[in-house]
Ligand binder design. Structure first.
Ligand code: CUA
Length: 327
């Protein structure tokens, strides 16, 4: 197979992968993207119609040039201008209607309120409870109940990032020093992938956000588990790990509810093992991922603020055993 053919096939496959999946607007999972998709189809049909018409007229004009004394064009031109004008007004009206509809989705049902704070290169997530003591703090993963709006406050701790979960909503920048917001209304359960959509430094590509849309009962169960303090270690190894994590380097950046570790520089680790990824989608959650990340964070994600600690093998085993237990 020639290089050109391979490149062509690769490009075709890329286009196809853009049409479906956990990071695409096409199989819409939310009200906002559904409205946007509808508008896109209207634009595509209207513009496609005019494209074919223009090509047709062009062909007809080329044929006509061969004839003499043809005076039918001005009348046709007036009809053309009228058709284009009416269509443009129609498209503008469809845009306005879609915009109105998208603005009203945030008013349907009691909303889930979340603050998303972007950091180089991870997402700090806080759910606002009825009172401050019912707030939930997690990282790199959003759980949302299906059919209920989510009002998301957007902040940044360092540079400009951008929130984008293609299946659920369009992009919104997170600007340092400003508070932005975006509303989502998930209409389909599923796991979707969000991705920072504004170049924000070396690990911009490793700044993913997993969004899990689930039925209300499951969402409540998840909230209850997240609200609980961290599990108490059950083995001597886990206890040794807890002693290390809560008194040594880890505690200078991370918090674990129910222990003395309460720093907020890095992701909250209270239920770290309940999440599906490590380091904002960089590694899958699990024993292997935890070992790789803690032993060599700069090898996994160069430039990340998680430093190399240099744990001895016994300490590393204990720390991993403890973190693995934090479901
Ligand atoms: Cu954060 Cu790109």
């Amino acid at each position: 197979m020639s290089k050109a053919t391979q490149a062509g096939m690769g490009g075709g496959l890329l286009l196809l992968t853009g049409c479906a999946g956990v990071q695409s607007i096409a199989p819409s999972g939310g009200a906002h993207t559904a409205a946007f998709n509808n508008l896109f189809v209207i634009f595509l049909v209207v513009c496609g119609f005019f494209y074919l018409l223009v090509i047709g007229f062009l062909g007809a004009a080329i044929l006509r040039r061969r004839r003499e004394g043809d005076t039918g064009v001005p009348m046709l031109f007036r009809a053309w201008v009228a058709l284009v004008s009416v269509s443009l007004v129609g498209l503008a009206f469809a845009s306005w209607l879609t915009d109105r509809a998208m603005a009203s989705y945030s008013e349907q049902g009691s909303p889930v309120r979340v603050r998303l704070t972007a950091n180089q290169w991870w997402w700090d997530v806080t759910y606002f409870g009825a009172s401050h003591s019912e707030d939930i703090r997690t990282a790199n993963e959003l759980h949302l109940p299906v059919g209920r709006p989510a009002l998301i406050e957007l902040k940044s701790n360092d540079v400009i990032h951008s929130f984008w979960v293609p299946n659920l909503a369009g992009k919104q920048d997170l600007i340092p020093g400003r508070t932005g917001d975006i509303a989502l209304l998930p209409r389909k359960s599923g796991v979707f992938r969000g991705q920072c959509a504004e170049f924000c430094g070396a690990q911009h590509a490793h700044m993913a956000l997993t969004v899990i849309v689930e039925p209300e009962a499951q969402f409540r169960a998840w909230s209850r588990r997240q609200l609980a303090t961290a599990r108490t270690p059950t083995t001597a190894q886990q206890l040794a790990g807890m002693a290390y994590v809560t008194t040594r380097e880890c505690a200078t950046c991370h918090a674990i509810a129910g222990t003395s570790a309460s720093a907020s520089v890095g992701p909250d680790l209270t239920h770290v093992a309940s999440r599906s990824t490590i380091a904002a989608g960089t590694l899958p959650m699990g024993r292997g991922g935890l070992y790789a990340w803690i032993a060599d964070p700069q090898g996994v994600k160069p430039g990340a603020h998680m430093p190399y600690i240099g744990l001895e093998a016994r300490e590393l085993d204990a720390v991993v055993a403890y973190l693995e237990s934090l479901k």
